[in-house]
Design a protein around this ligand. Structure first.
Ligand code: HEM
Length: 111
């Protein structure tokens, strides 16, 4: 690579590659990861949510612990459904995110 070359890795595209993830690559399938991230795809570094190597995300462990601590507490207290205002427009800016946000309707599960 010539010095100064900007290299963009299409993470979202790689995460939907059927050669790596199989025919069900586009399905939400958490059981892919039941034997660990390195065995989820055909290549041990196939999952690039936090990138890989010396410039990978320094917040990775924090983000995972935060998600595991906070998401179960929220799910115990509320049910979720997608708001009719949601517009499906995935946007790939390093990570994949909804361009116009993700409006949700929350209902308390506490009686
Ligand atoms: C689910 C949450 C997160 C995701 C998916 C994520 C994803 C990523 C990715 C893909 C990169 C590499 C970007 C590149 O190659 O140019 C990155 C870098 C980085 N992330 Fe995260 N991140 C998350 C949370 C966090 C948190 C919570 C922090 C800080 C507390 C953080 C701090 C950083 C920093 C400082 C870098 C740059 C590292 C470097 O260039 O050496 N991230 N992140």
């Amino acid at each position: 690579m010539p010095e100064g070359t900007v290299l963009t890795i299409p993470i979202a595209t790689i995460h939907h590659d059927k050669e790596i993830w199989g025919e069900d690559a586009n399905e939400f399938k958490p059981t892919r990861f039941e034997n660990g991230v390195t065995r989820s795809g055909k290549h041990p570094n196939a999952l690039l949510s936090f990138s890989s190597g010396p410039r990978s995300c320094i917040g990775q462990n924090f983000a995972m612990i935060e998600a595991k601590a906070v998401i179960p507490v929220i799910l115990q207290r509320f049910s979720f459904s997608l708001s009719p205002k949601y517009v499906h427009a995935p946007m790939d800016v390093i990570t994949l995110r909804p361009k116009f946000g993700l409006p949700m309707i929350l209902k308390s599960l506490e009686m």
